[in-house]
Ligand binder design. Structure first.
Ligand code: UDP
Length: 455
């Protein structure tokens, strides 16, 4: 490899589930000699508790720099403002960095939610790499919407797309069904593909072995498409990077949950979490609470501070059987031998983490891409069970209880456990030396060095 410094800007959409995998990818390419600067809106940066010390940060404007003064009225308002001022702010930053010695920008790795970053990169004649934070199946669905081949709302009960299993409405992205009330979310995810043919690279946080068929299909459309995942801290995979135990952006350093798990028997605890954004209504929280109280297993339940008031009044947050915390180091929890089952909302990061750490799941998808992630986990990768909802879209306590006992106790659980252990091995292999994702990451890095020597 050449001695020249390559400088990449890495620009995630400002949300936990986006910054985590992109930061992780940054650590990997940094390990291969690339200089990385993480770029985030100032308003988001002000509330970021901490970042790994090896990562340099620069900020851009999203239009809400003085966050105390002007707050976005809605998500749509936020996007409109950010999209309006983001391009110029990013261009200003690149100009500024280009003027500083050893900071010339060679490449922009941008979250595909923000396609305008690619236009800015191209204005500067530098490499633009799209980073897709959702899986290949989900991207294929949104790509079909972009191409006008799937139009909301749909009449068909079963949706058939190339290289994907047949999908029911409950497997489809929720934004498809809310489009008529509010098109903001579907427009955002479909716009990922508005200029993608101009990208030099399209990187995706998944691994080839996990989504082979749709992977082959995608490569036929974009020859510069590569899987680089699972993008999770290295300690839990092939241990290439020393002491890489967390993503590095978490606010809470509490080890209470891990300490609590330490004296529990192997596979005796149910871990329950609905991610950083998921909100349950009071009725659903009540059903989960009743189930956990009666299910006969220990439980560790993450209930965000914003959700706490929805807990039943008499529900004990710390008891013989269970512990409720506002946040936990999820990777360490999933890696703990006391965990026997993960009741999850099926966010893509949580899905990859469950697979990579070998934990079987009870799938309780809420919105966005979670329906398809649940479908894949249950019917394709066969690592769990889906808790069905009633006509009010609520998972009742008896349903949840029987799913948990199926994972914790039944004969079927052995088969599920075997499957999840196979995925765990394949995930580690994908990012290990000569693994598919590792080779793709190296190919990407080499192309950056090669590009810089011929320019
Ligand atoms: N997470 C965590 N502690 C918690 C809950 C979540 O560290 O108590 C992390 C989890 O490991 C994952 C991320 O938050 O990396 C959630 O991302 P995901 O895509 O699963 O869901 P989202 O929050 O985007 O809905």
């Amino acid at each position: 490899m050449e001695n020249k410094t390559i400088h990449c800007l890495v620009i995630p959409f400002p949300a936990h589930g986006h910054i985590n995998p992109m930061l992780q990818f940054s650590k990997l390419i940094q390990n291969e000699g690339v200089k990385v600067t993480l770029v985030t809106p100032l308003s988001y940066y002000k509330n970021l508790p901490k970042l790994p010390s090896s990562i340099t940060v620069e900020t851009i404007s999203d239009g809400f720099d003085q966050s105390g003064l002007t707050l976005p009225k809605s998500f749509k308002h936020y996007l409109n403002q950010f999209w309006e001022v983001g391009s110029e702010s990013l261009a200003y930053l690149i100009n500024n960095l280009n003027g500083r010695s050893n900071n010339h920008v060679d490449c922009v790795i941008y979250d595909s939610f923000m396609p305008w970053c690619l236009d800015v990169a191209k204005r500067f004649g530098i490499i633009g790499a799209a980073f897709l934070t959702q899986n290949l199946a989900m991207n294929s669905i949104y790509y079909h919407v972009h191409m006008g081949k799937l139009k909301p709302p749909f009449a068909e009960q079963v949706i058939s797309l190339p290289a994907l299993p047949q999908l029911l409405h409950r497997d489809m992205p929720s934004f498809y069904f809310t489009y008529e009330q509010d098109p903001t979310f579907l427009d955002l995810v479909v716009a990922q593909f508005s200029n993608i043919e101009k990208a030099d690279w399209i990187l995706c946080n998944s691994f080839f072995e996990l989504e082979k068929e749709v992977g082959d299909w995608t490569m036929k459309i974009w020859s510069n498409f590569r899987t680089i995942g699972p993008s999770i801290p290295n300690t839990f995979l092939d241990k290439k990077i020393k002491d890489d135990e967390d993503y590095g952006v978490s606010e809470f350093k509490s080890e209470e949950s891990v300490e609590w798990l330490n004296n529990k028997a192997k596979r005796s605890v149910v871990y329950v979490s609905f991610g950083s954004l998921g909100a349950l209504n009071e009725e659903q929280i009540e059903e989960v609470a009743q189930c956990l109280k009666d299910c006969g297993s220990y439980f560790l339940w993450v209930v965000k501070t914003s959700e706490e008031t929805k807990l039943p009044k008499d529900f004990e947050k710390k008891s013989e059987n269970g512990l409720v915390v506002a946040w936990c180091p999820q990777l360490k929890v999933l890696a703990h031998e006391a965990i026997g089952c993960f009741v999850t909302h099926c966010g893509w990061n949580s899905t990859l983490e469950a697979l990579s750490l070998g934990v079987p799941v009870v799938a309780m998808p809420l919105w966005s891409d979670q329906g398809i992630n649940a479908k894949l986990m249950v019917d394709v990768w066969k690592v769990g069970i889906r808790a069905s909802v009633d006509e009010k879209e609520i998972v009742r306590k008896e349903t949840l209880k029987s799913c948990i006992s199926e994972i914790m106790e039944s004969d079927k659980s052995k088969e599920i456990m075997n499957n999840v252990m196979q995925w765990k091995n394949l995930a580690a292999r994908a990012v290990g030396e000569d693994g598919s994702s590792y080779k793709n990451m190296i190919e990407f890095v080499n192309s950056l060095f090669h590009h810089s020597t011929i320019n």
